[in-house]
Write a protein of this length. Structure first.
Length: 501
């Protein structure tokens, strides 16, 4: 296998400094107290393989203690006024902004993504927090006559109750904070389960928010190396009423099965197999630039990343040429190096999985256009890779790549592109590029996808409902829909008087 030297892999840990008093806590937050345990989880920089810190390794017993606190605090938190809850959100926003730079650097060293992308992530996360703070008090219910006018209907929305928020490692700030914001705005107490690979970012976020003065027990944080044991213990307890999970479809299925016994509400953002459709009238220069951003942001470790580049045959050669030239320009290195475009993948196990994926694709007849190399030295670097599939049966067409490997597929018509795009059990995000807006809207509407970007790859927004269809998930994150995910609706019917006498 070919190897290459990664640039910018000098030791940056000395630069990973914090303002005194803002260091990431290493313990668990349970009922307002930061607690240590006898075991720890080592946190490593994927660019160097070096240990950059440790956090307490919580057991299922600590998870139950967190649920004890959340359940005991639920009624009081639900009764907190909209005014007071809004004030806490504003105070927490001030603290999040003060911690912004520390959080961004933690993201870089834990996940490997370049600093510019980490800055964009924490800024987006804080925008979600701000937006949900502004939604507090906007979903109380309705008062209306019944359809036949014989009685009156009052509806109200109440917090669903203690909620388990499970976040992935690839967006360690954005994903947990938007879950926290929606749940807390709805009046739910929460247990935040950090990703074991990126717990320092979660600790900084939770510390900033909880330090605004939230009542003890409302916000709890658990780090654990036994995610399945923790979830089983919590979901076997009838006091837990909600699970919000972002991660793989395989784990999502297991959690949904665990939720069945106590009929726990679940929201699931799961795997994707995003189609990036380039029609024959697309602006190819623009489409390629968007393709680079979609595929190689966070080294391709993004649930909404383009997974299949589906290009009409008449423009496919030109698209591939332009795409390869841009791929060659990507600078690989440590995320704290200012020139870095492409950081490492999260660990060497994932890199080996990706190398195997490339080998399987090539064995099926695909053509290697660029890349396919790993880097010498420490870390888990892999060069940006592009393949041209021999046909639509390439093995990578049927799985989520989740790494810096792009595969292009050729189709004859827009209808062929839609059929191939929909030929998957997944349906999270898709993208369509064309200069004909009416044609683009028709193609977008025919796609079995919860989110479609038409001539753009940026598809997340605090006010918009983000989520998938089919095996890509249940429910939505973002928009008013996300707050409603953390509520239950009650309606009261009562007899109306017919006279004021």
């Amino acid at each position: 296998m070919a190897v290459m030297q990664a640039t910018g892999t000098t030791d940056h840990h000395a630069e990973f400094s914090f303002v005194a008093g803002t260091e990431p806590r290493s313990d668990l937050l349970i009922d307002g107290q930061w607690r240590s345990t006898g075991e720890v989880i080592e946190v490593r920089d994927p660019a160097t393989d070096s240990v950059i810190g440790t956090v307490a390794d919580g057991s299922p017993a600590e998870g139950i203690a967190a649920l004890d606190a959340a359940a005991a605090s639920q009624s009081a938190w639900a009764a907190v006024s909209d005014f007071e809850r809004s004030r806490l959100f504003r105070d927490a926003e001030v603290r999040l902004l003060a911690a912004r730079d520390n959080i961004a650097r933690a993201i870089v060293l834990e996940s490997g993504k370049p600093l510019a992308q980490a800055n964009a992530e924490i800024d987006s996360a804080i925008q979600y927090w701000t937006w949900y703070g502004g939604q507090i008090g906007q979903h109380h219910g309705t008062y209306a006559p019944s359809s036949d006018g014989s009685f009156t209907v009052i509806t109200s929305r109440k917090p669903i109750g203690p909620s388990l928020l499970i976040s992935p490692w690839n967006f360690p700030a954005l994903t947990p904070l938007r879950k926290m914001a929606a749940a807390l705005a709805a009046g739910c107490t929460i247990i935040v389960k950090s990703a074991a690979l990126t717990p320092l970012t979660s600790a900084l976020l939770v510390d900033a928010v909880d330090g605004a003065g939230f009542p003890h027990g409302v916000i709890n944080l658990i780090h654990t190396s036994d995610s399945s044991g923790l979830s089983r213990a919590l979901m076997a307890d009838e006091r837990l009423r909600k699970v919000s999970f972002t991660g793989s479809t395989e784990v999502g299925r297991a959690l949904i099965a665990q939720s069945a016994h106590n009929i726990i509400s679940t929201s699931m953002e799961l795997g994707g197999n995003g189609a990036f459709i380039v029609l024959d009238d697309a602006d190819l220069e623009f489409a390629v630039e968007q393709a680079i951003g979609s595929k190689f942001r966070n080294s391709g470790q993004v649930c909404v990343a383009a997974n299949r580049f589906i290009v009409q045959r008449s423009v496919a050669d030109e698209f591939d040429e332009r795409f390869v030239e841009r791929v060659k320009q990507l600078q690989m290195g440590h995320g704290l190096e200012p020139e870095t475009d492409l950081g490492p993948v999260i660990n060497r196990r994932e890199r080996e999985r990706l190398i195997d994926s490339v080998a399987r694709s090539r064995a099926s007849g695909s053509k290697l256009l660029v890349g396919g190399e790993v880097a010498e030295g420490p870390g888990s670097f892999m060069r940006a890779t592009a393949l041209q599939a021999a046909d639509l049966d390439d093995p990578l067409a049927h799985e989520e790549i989740f790494g810096p490997v792009a595969v292009t597929y050729r189709v004859d018509t827009a209808a062929d592109a839609v059929a191939f795009a929909n030929d998957t059990p997944f349906g999270l995000a898709a993208f369509v590029f064309t200069t004909d807006v009416a044609r683009g809207l028709a193609v977008a509407g025919a796609l079995e996808s919860g989110v479609v970007g038409l001539n753009r790859v940026g598809v997340t927004d605090p006010a918009s409902p983000f989520g998938g269809v089919k095996s890509s998930g249940l429910g939505r994150e973002g928009g008013q829909e996300s707050i409603l995910e953390f509520t239950e609706e009650q309606y009261i019917a009562f007899a109306s008087t017919t006279s004021v006498d």
